[in-house]
Write a protein that binds this ligand. Structure first.
Ligand code: GDP
Ligand code: GDP
Length: 455
């Protein structure tokens, strides 16, 4: 590496950074209007204001990557939640319940100018039961005169209140230091099968695509009741189902089976649950209703699974209802609307008739294999050398940026770091990714490529 102009420490640092495993998850909870969204914006350093969400409007994403003091983690923003017909208590409870299911630590936001309310007390009870690390954020302490209000929150009995002004940034640094102490280095859900646990599947898709029908179909036919499986955490919302002779853990089947009777915010709640299930899963089976036009909502769900870095299978359901014309248009839609997962194995199924159910498991196994693929450094560099020689990067400003060498820094999903002599354009990166896929497979998995440029 040294002779290529990189210093060994740079290279090692870049590999370590690119190879990071699954990140710990921090959830931000609290009643409406206490400043959750404002705080999340602060944490992730987002400039544009997203606090003006309209009631009932589904936000694109709820999970963000953040970094503080050199450590990375995910932040789940529950702030888009609106009070619904069940009242504030119920919606806040649903939100906190979600946090309990998914987070490795929780920031509980209280409006210190208002003080402790009954709803806050109810959240505290939920958080206690959950037994997750909690950092108490006494928000809206915009100046020294608010400190006394923050101190009053000791009465909640969950530890030190951190006085913060999410709006102005006051105190957020100290609070984030406390967050880092509370967060484990890696998520509780350790990856892989090292502990002998079953592989984890998230069955996701927008409402009415047939998730519960599919789950019932596979569960009815092949259901096993597994009692004590060594090394598995027992989570009542997950279900162990035997398919193709193997036991799989379906994540958050309660969320699929349970009809959530909420009006406003029901979509948002669904998207929170989806994000949670995807975070906990290794592979996402994305169900799409083949009888209907592929929608923006379908695409959002696909994007969230890709961004979470999960293995992906796309299943087109309700195949029994398709006529020739619809099949024709569906193929065109898949090409244009689902281009971002063109690499994902695809199955055309019917939860009603049971068509092609047996193809689901091989597709899942293919995707997981791609997700875990590791390319030896020697092979990778032989491939890169040939590729660069045959297809050099276009010359820019009289110079030709060149990929000098590379390494795979991690798996699940595969992550590569390439070291170059100059800025590598987006189009060329895409080309490299395409060629990597042609050469090494990676069916059913997103791949990450980061490029380090020699100073
Ligand atoms: P959420 O419903 O909990 O997500 O709350 P928002 O982030 O939407 O904030 C609700 C209102 O409180 C908005 O008008 C914010 O500008 C305001 N707000 C949030 N944080 C602070 C703060 O630290 N100080 C003050 N004065 N206002 C804040
Ligand atoms: P979920 O909201 O994604 O869980 O969807 P459901 O499983 O509740 O299904 C929504 C509707 O689609 C129900 O009326 C199902 O009977 C119907 N449905 C589900 N799968 C199929 C299928 O493969 N073929 C047909 N024709 N209808 C289906």
């Amino acid at each position: 590496a040294a002779e290529e102009g990189f210093d060994v420490e740079d290279v090692e640092g870049a590999i370590e950074e690119a190879g990071h495993g699954p990140l710990p998850v921090l959830a931000v909870v609290g009643r409406p209007n206490v400043g959750k969204s404002t705080l999340v914006n602060r944490i992730i350093g987002r400039r544009e204001a997203v606090v003006e969400d309209k009631p009932g409007v589904t936000r694109d994403r709820v999970t963000y990557e953040a970094e503080w003091a050199g450590r990375r983690f995910k932040v789940v923003d529950t702030g888009g939640w609106e009070q619904d017909v069940l009242g504030i208590d119920a919606s806040v409870a649903a939100q906190a319940e979600y946090a309990i299911e998914t987070a490795d630590a929780v920031v509980f936001v209280v409006d210190s100018t208002v003080g402790v309310t009954d709803t806050d007390e109810a959240v505290v009870r939920l958080l206690r039961k959950a037994n997750k690390p909690v950092v108490l954020c006494a928000n809206k302490v915009d100046g020294p005169s608010g400190e006394a209000d923050a101190t009053a929150l000791w009465s909640l009995g969950i530890g030190e209140p951190h006085p913060v002004s999410s709006l102005h940034g006051r105190g957020t640094g100290d609070m984030l230091d406390a967050v880092l102490e509370a967060l484990p280095e890696a998520p509780a859900q350790t990856f892989g099968t090292a502990i002998g646990g079953p592989r984890r599947i998230a069955l996701i898709g927008r409402p009415n695509v047939g998730k519960s029908s599919l789950l019932n179909k596979v569960a009815d036919e092949d259901r096993v009741v597994v009692n004590e499986l060594a090394g598995t955490t027992r989570d009542p919302v997950d279900e162990l189902i035997e398919l193709g002779g193997v036991t799989w853990k379906f994540i958050d089947t309660a969320g699929i089976r349970k009809r959530v009777h909420l009006q406003q915010g029901a979509d948002y709640y669904a998207s929170l649950r989806t994000a949670a299930a995807v975070e906990k899963a290794e592979v996402a089976v994305i169900l799409i209703d083949a009888s209907e036009t592929i929608s923006v909502q379908d695409q959002r769900i696909v994007t969230s699974a890709v961004e979470a870095g999960r293995a992906i299978v796309v299943a087109f359901n309700k195949w029994d209802t398709l006529d020739e014309e619809r099949r024709y248009y569906l193929e065109r839609e898949i090409e244009t609307e689902l281009a971002q997962v063109a690499w994902a194995p695809r199955v055309n199924v019917s939860a009603r008739t049971g068509r092609h159910m047996e193809k689901l498991v091989p597709a899942i196994e293919t995707a997981l294999a791609g997700w875990e693929t590791r390319v030896p450094t020697g092979r990778l560099n032989a491939f890169l050398g040939e590729l660069v020689a045959a297809h050099p990067h276009p010359i820019r400003g009289g110079k030709q940026p060149r990929i000098l060498f590379g390494t795979q820094a991690g798996t699940k999903p595969p992550r590569f770091v390439l070291f170059s002599s100059g800025f590598i354009e987006h189009g060329y990166r895409r080309f490299v990714e395409r060629r990597l896929r042609e050469e090494f497979g990676f069916e059913g998995t997103p791949i990450h490529i980061s490029v380090r440029v020699r100073e």
